[in-house]
Ligand binder design. Structure first.
Ligand code: ARG
Length: 502
C-alpha cells in the first residue's frame, strides 16, 4: 500500500498528493478539566460532533487526493446511514487510502511484525512507567489494529470486551499530525515534543518513520537530541535549555528555504540542533533557514497559528505581528494595550534571523559549512513578501496579505484563536479553513477568492457538478465548532508527505 519513494515536499502550496492525518480517537472523549493545562486543551470536546466535522475534512481530502475512495465513503454513508465505520482505521470497512493515511493505521502496519511489536510495547510501557502486568496484558492483544488503537487512546478492553480505565494518558493532540514530523524535500525531520503530553506521539512517529516510511533509507531521517552533557545541567537550566522542536514551527517554504519558529514549543537550542543537522546533511537541499522568534504564548504556540501560505502571491497573517500595520495602529489603542498584556503579552515584536549555508573547502570533512547570519529582515510581513518575490518570482506589487478578520479588533484576536491563519493548501490557491472565522473569509472574498462550504462542495463533487481538478482560488470552509476547541486548524491536522514540485 505504500511506496516509500513517494515522499517529497518542497513547498507549502504544491499540489498535495499524500499526507498523514489522524481521526479523533476515543482518548479525546476522556479529557477532564483538571488535566486541561497538562494535556494542552482549553475545554472538553463533544467527540461525536468533532468526528462529524473531521469526516468532512477527510472527504474533502479524499476528493482531491484519492477520488475513488471518496466515492467509496460517499456510497458507504448512503447505504449505511449513521454508521461511521468507513472512517475507523481498525474497522474492516475502513476506506484504506494510500494517499490519505491515518497514523493509527500506519502504526498498526508496523505492529504486525512480531519483533517490532515487542519493541514498541516495551518502549511505550517503559516510557509511561506502567507495571509488568499491564505490559503483559498489552502483549496479549494479538490484533495489530486493536493494539494500535489501545496504544494511542490509552484505554483497553477487558476480557469481556468492556472498556476499562486508562492504562496511560490519552494522546488528544495526535490529530495535529503536523507537529510530529516535517517533510523537508525527500528528508523527514522528527520532532522532539516540548510538552510531556506529546512525547508518546514523537515515539510513535519515530517508529513509523524508521520501520515503514524510511525503512532502508534511514539516512534521510533528521533527528535531534539534547547535547551530550545536558544531564549535567541543573534542573532549572534543563527546563530552559530543553531541545525541543514541533512541526507547527517548521515550514518547508520553497525548495531551498526553511522557516523555523522559535516559540512556546520550539526552543533556541532545538533550532540550533536543527540548523546544524540540516546544513551538515549534504542532500537536504536547504541553503537558507529563516528563524522567526515570536512571543512564547499559548494563543500562538507555533508560527503556523499566526500565518500560512495560500498561493505563491498570497498569505494569511495575524495582523498583530505585521510590522507594517503596527506602525499605523491607532483606533482601539488603549483597550488593546490592556488586553494585549493578558492575551498576547506586552511584546508583539517578531525577530527574524536568516542563516545561510556557506561551504568552506578547507574545513574538516565533517564540518565544512558555516551558518552565516546575513543581516536581519525587518519583520514578519516583509519576510513573507520577500518569499513571494524572491522564492516565487512574484511582482512586488502583486503580493497580497489577508489579515485575520481584516485586522479589526477584537475579531482579529478571536478568529486567530480559532485558527483563521492556519490553512492547509490542497494546491496553489486552494485552501481549507474554518467556517466560524467569518470576517477572515470576507477578506478572502475581497481578495478575489471563492469561499465555499465544505459540505455543499462535497455534494457537488458527488453529483459530478463540480470537479476537484477544476477548483481554483478557493477557500473551503469546514464546520469546526468542536474541532477548533482542540486549538488547531487544517494546517495543524496534516502532515504532507508528497506534493507536486512547485
Ligand atoms: N501546529 C499547530 N499549531 N498545532 C496545534 C496544536 C494544538 C494542541 N492542542 C497543542 O497545544 O499542542
Amino acid at each position: 500500500m505504500f511506496e516509500k519513494e513517494e515522499i517529497f515536499v518542497d513547498s507549502e502550496i504544491g499540489r498535495l498528493r499524500r499526507l498523514i492525518i489522524h481521526s479523533p480517537d476515543g482518548g479525546i472523549g476522556k479529557i477532564v478539566p483538571g488535566k486541561f493545562k497538562e494535556w494542552l486543551y482549553d475545554d472538553t470536546v463533544h467527540l461525536t460532533q468533532m468526528r462529524k466535522e473531521y469526516n468532512s475534512y477527510i472527504k474533502i481530502l479524499l476528493w482531491f487526493l484519492d477520488p475513488e475512495k471518496a466515492k467509496y465513503v460517499t456510497q458507504y454513508e448512503q447505504d449505511n446511514p449513521g454508521n461511521n465505520d468507513c472512517y475507523k482505521p481498525d474497522n474492516k470497512n475502513y476506506f484504506n487510502s494510500s494517499k490519505v493515511l491515518d497514523s493509527q493505521y500506519l502504526l498498526a502496519q508496523i505492529l504486525q511484525d512480531e519483533a517490532t511489536r515487542k519493541r514498541i510495547i516495551s518502549a511505550t510501557c517503559a516510557w509511561e512507567g506502567v507495571s509488568t502486568l499491564t505490559e503483559k496484558k498489552l502483549e496479549r492483544i494479538t490484533d495489530a489494529h486493536e493494539l494500535a488503537k489501545t496504544l494511542i487512546s490509552g484505554t483497553m478492553k477487558d476480557s469481556t470486551g468492556r472498556e476499562i480505565d486508562f492504562i496511560f494518558p490519552p494522546l488528544p493532540n495526535f490529530i495535529f499530525t503536523r507537529d510530529i514530523a516535517i517533510t523537508i524535500n525527500d528528508h523527514l525531520l522528527l520532532s522532539n515534543a516540548h510538552a510531556p503530553a506529546r512525547e508518546r506521539e514523537s515515539l510513535f512517529a519515530r517508529y513509523i518513520a524508521q520501520y515503514l516510511l524510511f525503512k532502508d533509507k534511514e539516512e534521510k531521517l533528521i533527528e535531534i537530541s539534547e547535547p551530550s552533557n545536558f544531564f549535567l545541567l541543573s534542573e532549572e537550566l534543563q527546563q530552559r535549555k530543553k531541545t525541543s522542536i514541533e512541526g507547527g514551527d517548521v515550514m518547508m517554504i520553497s525548495p531551498n528555504h526553511l522557516l523555523i519558529g522559535c516559540s512556546e514549543r520550539t526552543t533556541a537550542s532545538g533550532i540550533n540542533e536543527v540548523i546544524h543537522a540540516i546544513f551538515e546533511k549534504k542532500a537536504t537541499g536547504i541553503e537558507k533557514i529563516s528563524v522567526i522568534k515570536i512571543p512564547k504564548l499559548r494563543a500562538i504556540m507555533h508560527i503556523d497559528t499566526i500565518f500560512t501560505q495560500v498561493r505563491k502571491d498570497t498569505w494569511v497573517l495575524f495582523g498583530r505581528f505585521s510590522e507594517r500595520l503596527n506602525k499605523k495602529r491607532t483606533r482601539f489603542d488603549y483597550y488593546e494595550k490592556i488586553t494585549h498584556e493578558d492575551a498576547l503579552g506586552k511584546d508583539s515584536n517578531v525577530e527574524i534571523l536568516r542563516f545561510e549555508k556557506k561551504i568552506y573547502e578547507d574545513y574538516s570533512p565533517e564540518k565544512n559549512y558555516q551558518a552565516d547570519i546575513s543581516g536581519k529582515i525587518t519583520g514578519l510581513e516583509s519576510l513573507l513578501r520577500n518569499i513571494s518575490i524572491e522564492d516565487f518570482q512574484v511582482n512586488p506589487d502583486d503580493v497580497k496579505i489577508i489579515y485575520s478578520a481584516d485586522n479589526i479588533f477584537p475579531f482579529d484576536e478571536r478568529e486567530q484563536w480559532t485558527d483563521s491563519c492556519n490553512v492547509l493548501a490542497l494546491k496553489n490557491g486552494v485552501v481549507i479553513g474554518y467556517e466560524r472565522n467569518e470576517k477572515t473569509s470576507q477578506s478572502f472574498i475581497e481578495h478575489g477568492f471563492d469561499v465555499v462550504d465544505a459540505d455543499a462542495l462535497l455534494e457537488d463533487f458527488a453529483s459530478g457538478k463540480k470537479d476537484p481538478d477544476k477548483i481554483e482560488n478557493t477557500l473551503i470552509l469546514l464546520t469546526a465548532s468542536e474541532l477548533s476547541r482542540a486549538r488547531g486548524g487544517s494546517h495543524c491536522m496534516s502532515l504532507p508527505l508528497l506534493r507536486d514540485k512547485i
